[in-house]
Design a protein around this ligand. Structure first.
Ligand SMILES: *[C@@H]1O[C@H](CO)[C@@H](O)[C@H](O)[C@H]1NC(C)=O
Length: 337
């Protein structure tokens, strides 16, 4: 996102890492520039259905809190997940998810609107260390289900591995903020979809927690300027730049894992190992008029914190828009047109 001032990130475009399925910087400049076009035109987008399943049954979400998580961080993320299937004032998280529910599989089944937090596991001992590869996420899931602390749900389980501020992950902060994939039976025992999202507040808020931190911000200096080179830096609605940034990445990954869980359903592009998925198409777009570094029209709460959707218990969140297959453009419930 918003990396036009940081050209070296785009070199990553040419690196091929494991199947992308990722919130990827490499695509962001190109997509960011195009996002505006997408609002009015669909000719550029070749989003196609490849006959595989979508997550049409009620989704049981299992969270693995890997590392060191404060109670308030956990509570913000939990409330975000509770907001998918609970009422809140319009525009709500559930309203935002309605766009995702427009995707169907070949049986005509829509993506579910029923998302339930069904289990949590605290991996406070960093079972696989503080330097993780992409594949390690699957071993972390196996560890959690082996301890019987968490159910292995092969029917409608979705596993989320969330890594804390002090955990380094392959490609994190260099190429990705999160990714989704599915487990291999020889590691976990079954094939289940999963997603990983890292806490970027300490390592790279300017990359993974934009627009709450400016793109050049490393996380080590004092507070970033409110307005850097034309980027309008916004205040995080839940007071934690890292967690509020994670929420948008989590929303992005949930939209994509639901519409492309086995990487054979909804994506654009000819290469299934580097698909452009329904949230990739709208990177950096949070409101009407977004594009070229502007996140679009979003709301501000009483304290001046930015948000575009409401959640349970009066929470507010900023989530990026996703591609609407009916309107054929990026869309969210806070759209003004
Ligand atoms: C299911 O998807 C179809 C096609 O996009 C859409 O017309 C319909 O409104 C969707 N149903 C729900 C409940 O979202």
């Amino acid at each position: 996102m918003i990396l036009q001032k940081l050209p070296y990130y785009f070199l990553l475009l040419s690196l091929s890492y494991a199947p992308s399925l990722a919130f990827s910087f490499s695509q962001s400049k190109e997509l960011f520039d195009q996002a505006k076009n997408y609002e009015g035109s669909s000719d550029l987008v070749n989003l196609e259905y490849h006959m595989g399943p979508v997550l049409a049954s009620p989704i049981n979400v299992y969270i693995i809190w890997y590392g060191d998580w404060s109670l308030s961080q956990q509570s913000t993320i939990r409330d975000f997940l509770y907001s998918f299937s609970s009422p809140a004032p319009y525009p709500s998280v559930a309203d935002w998810w309605r766009t995702v529910r427009l995707y169907t599989d070949q049986t005509g089944s829509n993506i579910t609107g029923n998302i339930v937090l069904s289990g949590e596991f605290y991996d406070t001992r960093y079972s696989h260390g503080a330097y993780l590869s992409r594949l390690d996420m699957q071993s972390i899931i196996r560890t959690a289900v082996n301890k019987r602390a968490m159910a292995l749900n092969p029917h409608n389980g979705l596993y989320l591995v969330l890594t804390s501020h002090d955990v380094q992950v392959q490609d994190f902060c260099r190429a990705v903020c999160g990714f989704h994939y599915f487990t291999f039976p020889n590691i976990v025992g079954v094939t289940v979809p999963y997603a990983w999202v890292g806490y970027s507040g300490a390592q790279c808020p300017g990359m993974c927690a934009y627009p709450f931190a400016w793109p050049g911000y490393s996380g080590s200096s004092s507070s970033p300027p409110r307005n850097n080179e034309g980027h309008n830096i916004m205040r995080a609605p839940n007071g934690d730049v890292g967690v509020d940034g994670m929420i948008s990445v989590l929303a992005h990954e949930l939209a994509e894992v639901s519409s492309n869980p086995l990487v054979n359903a909804w994506y654009a592009g000819d290469d299934p190992t580097a698909p452009t998925e329904i949230a990739d198409l709208c990177l950096g777009v949070y409101g009407s008029g977004a594009g070229g570094g502007y996140v679009g029209k979003v709301d501000k709460d009483t304290w001046g914190n930015a948000y575009n959707v409401n959640g349970v218990r009066g929470r507010k969140f900023m989530v990026q828009w996703v591609w609407d297959p009916v309107k054929k453009r990026c869309y969210g419930p806070n759209a003004i047109d």
